[in-house]
Design a protein around this ligand. Structure first.
Ligand code: AMP
Ligand code: MG
Length: 418
């Protein structure tokens, strides 16, 4: 049986970032991964401008100003934001100016209006400013030609704002990874079917669709497949031909109806993991399909990846967050390492393990007096229980050998979901 850490390494080594890009409108780019770095031929600010509502002046004219002995200047024009100044400020002159307006030639300093007093076309400067005060100089924030955004970052509101300011209305992003999802089991029905004795709803398909979307990939839902080797082989072959990653749930343990591993082998897959020393999630199959061809003109350089997750709903979530999500992120072209990151927080509850496997306890990170604490979900932590999974935003991890975390002790936590 593989350790969690070794399984993660094997998976991340199998994944190569997708090399396919598409052009999207800026408004459709939120959450996408930027495929090429961005530079601008504009300086930021584009020109010297005022950071205040006030008066544009020559510093030399006003450097000795005080309330008792104000400098008096003639106002030669008013410059609102969006207009070009018409005059060059000469000694003894000032321009009324507003925030974001272009500085007039000759002026080098802005005096905020609160430090002035005006009478008709004259302005009294009641305090000496600092040289160049309240002027935002051309190119002070960014010089044209330097790299502004690197490739491989996710585009969120701040990056979208920057791209809009650059007049970048279309941009190149990586294609989203395609992830096929199938559920195996004779006991499964869809949520809209009448439940007969012995049946349960295929909740995993829905959980996985949500997880895949939240990871920035495109889910391809293949529905429920009966515990029948022929039907399963057909669906898995179709899934592999249609997606970068295939996720099945159920059918990977050692029961009489657990066919997935045998089918994968018969389809030419290389099996990299069959069981991982963790709970929940022990029966976990990881396989790859070399020379995988999506058949739509894209020859993939990477292998098709197959995750056979256990059927238990808790195991599906935990193994997705721990292994599948990092693989999707790496495939997406993200420059940041796909490895899962843990944070250390105080545990509110006692957490126990037999120490033999790596234990993942679901619960919530809660902010208590400004400090994050892990609160274990109430109710049963059987991997068959999905009811108390609702509102999980963190998994506490007890490594092999660790049998007890007492309340208030530190525990490593993986933040999950959004
Ligand atoms: P298996 O791995 O196929 O032995 O399934 C383990 C447990 O998970 C069984 O109790 C199944 O009924 C349950 N299970 C399997 N697939 C699903 C599914 N798609 N949705 C909800 N529960 C499932
Ligand atoms: Mg089953």
């Amino acid at each position: 049986m593989l350790s969690v850490g070794d399984t993660e390494k094997i998976i991340l080594n199998l994944v190569q970032p997708l090399d396919y890009t598409e052009v999207v409108d800026l408004l459709a780019a939120t959450g996408r991964v930027l495929a090429s770095s961005v530079t601008s031929n504009l300086d930021f600010p584009h020109w010297d401008n005022s950071a205040m509502d006030g008066y544009a002046v020559r510093y030399e004219d006003v450097k000795h100003s005080s309330a008792e002995n104000p400098s008096v200047l003639e106002i030669v024009e008013e410059i609102p934001a969006g207009y070009q100044p018409q005059f060059t400020i000469q000694s003894g002159q000032a321009a009324r100016i507003f925030t974001g307006a272009v500085m007039p030639k000759g002026a080098d300093t802005v005096v905020m209006q609160e430090k002035t007093h005006s009478e008709e076309n004259r302005i009294f400067i009641l305090a000496a400013p600092k040289p160049q005060e309240f002027v935002r100089h051309k190119a002070a924030f960014y010089q044209a030609g330097a790299q502004l955004l690197p490739a491989g970052i996710v585009l969120n509101a701040p990056e979208i704002a920057v791209l809009a300011a650059l007049q970048c209305s279309q941009l190149s992003v990586y294609r989203r990874p395609r992830v096929a999802i199938l559920s195996t089991g004779d006991e499964l029905v869809t949520p809209d079917q009448v439940l007969e004795a012995g049946q349960i709803v295929d909740s995993n398909q829905y959980a996985l669709a949500a997880l895949v979307k939240q990871s920035g990939a495109e889910p391809l839902l293949l529905g429920i497949v009966r515990d029948n080797p022929v039907a399963l082989a057909e669906t898995i072959a179709h899934a592999i031909a249609s997606a970068d990653i295939v996720i099945s749930s159920g059918g990977v343990s050692v029961g009489d109806y657990d066919y997935v591993d045998k089918i994968l082998e018969s389809l030419g897959a290389k099996i990299h993991a069959r069981a991982v020393a963790m709970r929940p999630g022990k029966p976990l199959t990881v396989a790859s399909f070399p020379n995988h061809d999506l058949g739509d003109g894209e020859k993939t350089q990477h292998s098709g990846l197959y995750f056979g997750l256990p059927g238990n709903p808790a195991a599906v979530l935990v193994t997705f967050w721990r292994f599948v999500q990092p693989a999707i992120k790496k495939l997406s072209g993200l420059a940041e390492s796909g490895e899962v990151k843990f944070i250390k927080v105080r545990s509110h509850d006692e957490l126990r393990s037999d120490g033999k496997r790596e234990i993942y306890v679901w619960g919530k990170l809660q902010l208590i007096d400004g400090v994050y604490e892990f609160h274990k979900a109430g109710g049963s932590h059987s991997s068959g229980n999905l009811i108390n999974l609702a509102q999980t935003n963190a998994l506490a991890v007890l490594p092999v050998g660790k049998t007890l975390v007492s309340p208030t002790q530190e525990v490593e936590v993986l933040q999950v979901g959004n």
